[in-house]
Design a protein around this ligand. Structure first.
Ligand code: NAI
Length: 327
């Protein structure tokens, strides 16, 4: 048997954790030939529930699951990690200001970044799911100076998948007929789902949908889908978020399908006017275990304004965490 890959999942006892761990253990994250060792990281109050989930994982008798360990200490939890899914975060509670939210999460993602820096494997790949995901990823990355910056990413794949599904429904196409759609910017209500390069069964999407649908239906529906799920389900997206995390890491490790691209929040190299160092969503392809930003796309005035607005929010969040001394 090949050496198992160590996968650390934080927030393992939460609802996304519950939807995610079984899929990782069944081989959907890394492929059917790759055994995994799960390292579940929780806060002390979450350990008992994580133990319950671990019992269920054992009861699945997954052939690829080579072991499960549970931790409440980040240093131990990230020791030897090859893949880290940072799901646990401090949610915004009633009356909480944005500064308080950023500060509370800085207290989580700073120490986790340090622990990754100290003990993770050389090939560590980090996906931050916990919100505010882009800025949490930036905080962790800034606390891990010895890890290449591009190993820290944040999740906009759920937004990407939501956009694919909305466009497919509108055009009567199959999701698999759609290519080259992009989520730009922050994983927040300012995100910009861009169909101007997308094709539907080889045809330009812009020939099939009009600007008014884009502006008054598609963009707000994708951006506010999380709130609509909470309204309908009485709880936030969990299975679809777990699914997107699987898609993100699977593509990162195994490569995106030839020719097509997807969306991920990765460290900006200055492409498309996004300030270098911000963790912002781009059109990306994965090859040889690395994300690459799709270059050379024409950005029209409408898209430019939308991208700039979302990136401005990321700059504000970065400046706020800097001001709080979190990075
Ligand atoms: P949840 O509240 O069900 O679970 C969170 C878990 O994280 C809890 O078990 C908690 O004990 C744990 N936790 C908190 N602080 C921790 C720490 N310092 N270390 C380890 N574990 C810790 O939340 P849920 O629904 O699983 O969501 C998790 C996060 O994912 C939230 O921040 C949510 O906003 C975010 N999210 C992000 C999405 C995206 O597209 N990027 C989509 C959906 C959710």
């Amino acid at each position: 048997m090949t050496t198992p890959v160590n996968v650390t999942v934080t927030g393992a006892a939460g609802q996304i954790g519950y939807a995610l761990l079984f899929r990782i253990a069944s081989g959907q994250l890394l492929g059917a030939d790759t055994p995994v060792k799960l390292r579940l990281l929780e806060i002390p109050q979450g350990v008992k529930a994580a133990e319950g989930t671990a019992m269920e994982l054992e009861d699945c008798a997954f052939p690829l699951l080579a072991g499960i360990d549970i931790f409440d200490d980040p240093k131990a939890g990230f020791e030897g990690a090859n893949v880290a899914l940072l799901v646990g975060a401090r949610p915004r509670t009633k009356g909480m200001e944005r500064g308080d939210l950023l500060e509370a999460n800085g207290g989580i993602f700073g120490p986790q970044g340090e622990a990754i820096n100290a003990g993770a494997a050389d090939d560590i790949r980090v996906l931050v799911v916990g919100n505010p995901a882009n800025t949490n990823a930036l905080i962790a990355q800034q606390h891990a100076p010895d890890v290449p910056a591009e190993r820290f990413t944040a999740m906009t794949r759920l937004d990407h998948n939501r956009a694919l599904s909305q466009l497919a429904a509108k055009t009567g196409a199959a999701v698999s007929d759609i290519a080259d759609l992009t989520i730009w910017g922050n994983h927040s209500a300012t995100q910009y789902p861009d169909v101007f390069h997308a094709t539907v069964a080889g045809k330009a999407a812009t020939e099939l949908v009009d600007q008014s649908w884009l502006e008054s239906d598609f963009i707000p529906t994708v951006a506010k889908r999380g709130a609509a799920i909470i309204e309908a389900r009485g709880a936030s997206s969990a299975a679809s978020a777990a699914n997107a995390a699987i898609d993100h890491v699977h593509d990162w490790v195994n490569g995106t399908a030839d020719g097509s691209w997807t969306s991920a929040a990765i460290v900006s190299d200055g492409s498309y006017g996004v300030p270098e160092g911000l963790i912002s969503s781009f059109p990306v392809r994965a090859k040889d275990g690395k994300w690459e930003i799709v270059q050379g796309l024409e950005v029209n005035d409408f898209s430019r304004a939308k991208i700039d607005a979302s990136v401005a929010e990321l700059v504000e969040e970065r400046d706020a965490v800097k001001g709080l001394g979190l990075i």
